[in-house]
Structures are given as C-alpha cells and as structure tokens.
Design a protein around this ligand. Structure first.
Ligand SMILES: Nc1ncnc2c1ncn2[C@@H]1O[C@H](COP(=O)(O)OP(=O)(O)O)[C@@H](O)[C@H]1O
Ligand SMILES: [Mg+2]
Length: 273
C-alpha cells in the first residue's frame, strides 16, 4: 500500500544544507504495522512528514514515496488535499493538535463520518460515532460526545482521535509517538486500541517510538533509524532478540532492565532535543 524507495531529504541550500534523510526504504501493506525506532533527532518524524508532505518550508523529498498507484511527491495541491483528507491519518503526541478546541467531540466525529460517507444523516452518523467511541474503550460515549476537548484526559483524547481515523475510513495510519504523553497503563491501552483499529479496518500503520520495547510490543516489523538512515529492519522479535547492527545492539543494551546486571551503556549519536 505504501512504499518508500531511496527517499532522501536535504533541507536548506549552499553551506547551510543539511541532509536529514538518506536512502530510506520501507514498505507497509494493508493491515500491517511497522515500528520506526530511533533516538530523538534520528529522522523518524521527518520520514512521516515526507509521506504526508508536511516538511519544513514545503520541501519535497527525493526518491519515491508511493501510496497505492500515486507518487506523493508529484501530487498536485488538490490531489494532496484529497490524500490527506481521505487516505491518511496522523496521530501525534499531542491529540489536541488534531481537534478543534471550540467544537464538541460530536462535531469532530460526525464530520469525519460524513466526509467518508456523504449521504449519512446526522442521526445515523451520531449512532456510528457512539459505537466508535465504545470500540475505543470509552465507557460513557454519550457524555464524551457532548464534551469539549479540554474536558477530556490525554488518554481519552487520544482514543477520540483514533476513533476519528476509523470514522474517516483512513487506510494509512501514521502514529508519531502517540503514547509518549500518557501514563504507562494508558499507553498499553492506546497501543491495543490502535492495533484493534488496524486489524479490524485493515489499516496500514507506521508507529514511531524512541522505545524499542514499546515498538516491538506494538508492531509486527521494526525499522531502526540512526542519523537519517535505516540501519536495520526485520520482524520485531528478531530485531529485539538478536539485533545485528551495532546501533540496535546499543539500543537494546541501554534499556533499563530489572533483570540485567551489566551497567547501562550510553548511546552515541546526535540528540537533537
Ligand atoms: N524545521 C527544521 N529545519 C531543519 N532541520 C530540522 C527541522 N526540524 C527538525 N530538524 C532536524 O531534522 C533531524 C531529524 O528530526 P526528526 O525527524 O524530528 O527526529 P525524530 O523524530 O527522530 O526525533 C534533526 O537533526 C533535527 O534537528
Ligand atoms: Mg519526532
């Protein structure tokens, strides 16, 4: 469904030019999940933004970003608008960014449902919205529907945003550290809900995390990024269990473990933040 081939990204020009991505190759099919892992500044968000074409200064990546039969870098403005509205959903660390603060959850979901199926009546859409909220584990969907974003917790908001992606019928879900701002219990709930939505709606998902364990728990396959490149990719269990690349080995070795007795090792690399 989505294929990136030899994707590169250079930002700036002349002496200020900076290579942010180099030779990125990845693929994700319907219903599949890919975890993109690497420390802060390794280029994970830039990879997602290359797919959405929301790069700084309107930059366009080199190489091929193909969604179904379309080359994203060469879409017209109108085609790009349709791609973003109908095919792809972005879930970020901050769910507020996806919601309009002055609109109730009800409006957000009903608009999503009607965007996907324009002939749905408001009453039908409302019924569908209630079902979607129940699916993402919201206990009082009626009350949630009537709420404004600021009245909900981070975990509830993230659930609402996921329900919105399902409502719009997106076939590609880009999740950029969606659980970073949540407590650990809510984190695993949100991961479970994302995976349910993915398998039930047959969505393809790219899940970005700086935590290899979290990505391996959430995804079937893992790609490890370092300094704008993918250094290792494979089934989650293999990457975590027998990492081949030195950088992945360090990521595995540097995670705190209750059972490990060897001292923690620092990870060399560029930390951007
Ligand atoms: N607006 C920007 N202009 C130029 N470089 C940027 C910009 N935003 C981020 N970068 C750089 O791009 C690199 C990759 O960033 P990013 O993809 O956000 O990393 P990650 O998501 O893995 O933490 C970093 O070196 C960062 O400093
Ligand atoms: Mg990022």
């Amino acid at each position: 469904m989505l294929t990136l081939e030899n994707v590169g990204l250079v930002i700036g020009s002349g002496s200020s030019a900076k290579t942010l991505l180099e030779d990125i190759n990845l693929q994700v099919g319907p219903g599949e999940s890919l975890g993109l892992v690497g420390e802060s500044g390794s280029g994970k968000s830039m990879t997602l933004r290359s797919i959405l074409r929301t790069l700084p200064g309107g930059s366009v990546p080199s190489g091929s970003v193909r969604f179904r039969d379309r080359e994203i870098p060469s879409l017209s403005r109108e085609e790009l608008r349709r791609f973003r509205a109908a095919d792809v959903s972005m879930i970020s660390q901050n769910p507020m960014a996806a919601l309009n603060p002055v609109l109730r959850v009800e409006r957000f979901l009903i608009e999503g449902i009607q965007a996907a199926k324009p002939r749905t009546s408001a009453a039908e859409a409302r019924q569908t919205a209630l079902g979607l909220l129940a699916d993402v584990g919201i206990h009082d969907p009626e009350r949630c529907l009537r709420s404004y974003p600021h009245q909900l917790s981070g975990g509830m908001l993230q659930r609402v945003v996921i329900a919105g992606s399902v409502a719009r019928g997106s076939s590609l879900l880009l999740a950029d550290e969606p659980t970073t701002a949540l407590d650990v219990t809510t984190q695993s709930d949100v991961v479970a809900i994302l995976n349910e939505a993915r398998t039930e709606a047959g969505m393809a998902m790219i899940f970005v995390a700086h935590d290899l364990d979290l990505a391996a728990a959430a995804c079937q396959r893992i790609a490890v990024m370092n300094k704008g490149r993918i250094v290792e990719a494979g089934p989650a269990g293999e990457v975590l269990g027998s990492p081949r690349h030195e950088y992945t080995q360090m990521l595995v070795a540097s995670k705190p473990s209750l059972t490990r007795r060897t001292p923690l090792r620092p990870i060399p690399g560029e930390a951007a933040e």
